[in-house]
Design a protein. Sequence first.
Length: 547
Amino acid sequence: PADPTSAPARFYVTTPIYYVNDRPHIGHVYTTTLADVAARYHRLLGVETFFLTGVDEHAAKVAEAAAALGLTPQQCADRFAAAFEETFTRLKMTHNDFIRTSQERHKARVGKYVAALLRSGDVYLGEYEGWYDAGQEEYVTESKAKEHDFKSPINGKPLVRKSEKNYFFRLSAYQKPLLDFYAKHPKFVRPEARLNEVVARVREGLNDVPMSRTGSAGWGIPMPGDEAHTIYVWIDALFNYLTTVDTAGAGQESDGPTPEGTENRRKLWPTDVHLIAKDILWFHAVIWPAVLMALAKCPGYAWVQLPGGVYAHSFWIAEGQKMSKSLGNFVDIDKLDGYVSRFGLDALRYFLATAGPLGTTDSDFAEARFIDVYNADLANALGNSFSRVSNMTARYFDGKVPEKGPHVPASDTHTLTAEHAVARAMAAYESLDFAAAAAAGMDLVRAVDSYIEQTQPFKLAKDPANLPQVGTILYHCAEALRIASLILWPIIPHKVEELWSRLGCTGYAPALADRGRGAFLTWAKWGQLKPGAPVTKGDPLFPRYQA
Ligand code: MSP
């Protein structure tokens, strides 16, 4: 992974599109933060990056929320779509587009895809009866329904026996193609344990899935050629990943309006990774690739390759308890804003990215945990290390990066540590292990502290004859902090940019501003800090938190 030639030419990452029946909460902010970290990492590498998020509007739960609020579904969708967009902007997410499924550009294209699928024979009109989970808008298999005592495996509410005349997608025909595909692309579903779950279930056999609904009172995209039906919200929603980039540029406007200035985005397809949580894994790991396989067989869609993969994280719980509306313990956006105002935006990002449920176990959003992580890594390690180095630079070198002087024992190991940290961080970022990526940066920061303990510059400096050696030591420290800061930028970009400005590193922030592209592999090479550059001490980057 640390091989520069292995970096892809472009990177396309998505979040789920969120239901607009309420304001955002930690789950939404979490996945979007992960996508933001992944996007920033690739931009830092210099890779052309496209980061998509947005909202899913045509759900029955949106229509229900609207009714409860005395709004039309569209008014309700408008209200909460604005809340999501405003939240992500305020949290400085760097998404390149924000898709709303009620937008013309989306509706027109979904209609085209479904019309093509109708002609292909993979979609047919049929009747279905089964156990329906209203909250999830999905049917649950007979065996799963039994296993969960005919209650929703997700929210525990009773399942309903339902039958409907619908258009169906022939998912049953895709069992073998899917199993072959997973065998060929074992990283298609990550983490690995999730792939095993999916494969086991697909082996059990696949039922056809609804493509349309009736009785949604017109809230949805009409089924082409049969307006009594609307397209099933999950099919409508999954297609967002494709509609947003299905713009072939000039001359393709009959596909429906494209946003101002949209260039040919088809080159961005396929998505490299769909970030989601475990609740919606089946849709992304099974239905979505099967639908794309079907679409790719339709005339004009041969370019529709399958995505690079799906990464399904686990859930946040709150102070040791599952979050639920009835318990009223949701970590909602107001709570998150409270953390931002107490600790700063980057502290929230750091906690989410490093202490969250990226693996297969749920993770606790607990204040005590937050404070531990904040103090240990941000205040005591990074913040404190920078203070020590900038203090000594101010005291002994007039606040300027010293010349690298004579050789000081221990310095070579220190240089190697930095190189090693870069390779480790890259491998970790590529595998979306952001805790390990941060640890690579933090270990380098801690290595600066042990290097200071070993070399004792503050003692050496008592004899002015030693100042050249002290210079070597401080140069090493500042240079290692510079490299650690590059590693940490995707996770804590705003504080890192502040650190860069205090270390006199003027080039990086402008290159990365407004979704620009960096040159991480060049920048992270040892020895680029300029002697003489001004080092400013400033207020603590992360003041220690005392309860
Ligand atoms: N609209 C569908 C997704 C369609 S994607 C084509 C949907 N929306 S949702 O608003 O319910 O968002 C679900 C997503 O929110 C999860 O997949 C996950 O990304 C995030 N989270 C919701 N609750 C969560 C936690 N408690 N913890 C972590 N993330 C979770 O499903």
